[in-house]
Ligand binder design. Structure first.
Ligand code: FE
Length: 140
């Protein structure tokens, strides 16, 4: 179901916006309260902006007060991978798309019930698809 996607750096650079490239391929972070989805409450499914994999549901989205879209769980744990991130003088857990490797954000153990997890995700790594269906065509 989730065949891995391997594209060259040049391919990603041409397909993504500069901000997407910086965050998703260079593990950057968008500024808090500036992304498209930090305050979004619409129902729907958040897809990976790199490959269209369904990553997070609006049903698991909550207001963390951080200025980034926050979720207490992914739709399917297999679709997101994690690795230890020792940058910025702290040990954090980096979160990425299992399929295309796009950096998504970080996960912290201070989320709400039922998981206690906070997936702190950059808006620019996501694309919200309405609850109607999973048609991801026609995007910009
Ligand atoms: Fe992806």
């Amino acid at each position: 179901m989730s065949e891995k996607i391997a594209k060259s750096d040049a391919e990603w650079r041409s397909e993504l916006t500069p901000e997407q490239y910086r965050v998703m391929r260079q593990k950057g972070t968008e500024r808090a309260f500036t992304g498209a989805y930090w305050n979004t409450k619409e129902p729907g499914t958040y897809l990976c902006a790199g490959c269209g994999t369904a990553l997070f549901s609006s049903e698991a989205k909550y207001d963390s007060g951080t200025g980034w879209p926050s979720f207490w769980a992914p739709i399917n744990p297999a679709t997101v991978g994690t690795e230890i991130d020792r940058s910025l003088f702290a040990v954090r857990t980096e979160v990425h798309c299992s399929r295309c490797g796009a950096h998504l954000g970080h996960v912290f153990p201070d989320g709400p019930a039922p998981t206690g997890q906070r997936y702190c995700i950059n808006s620019v790594s996501l694309k919200l698809a309405g609850s109607a269906d999973g048609d991801t065509s026609g995007g910009g």
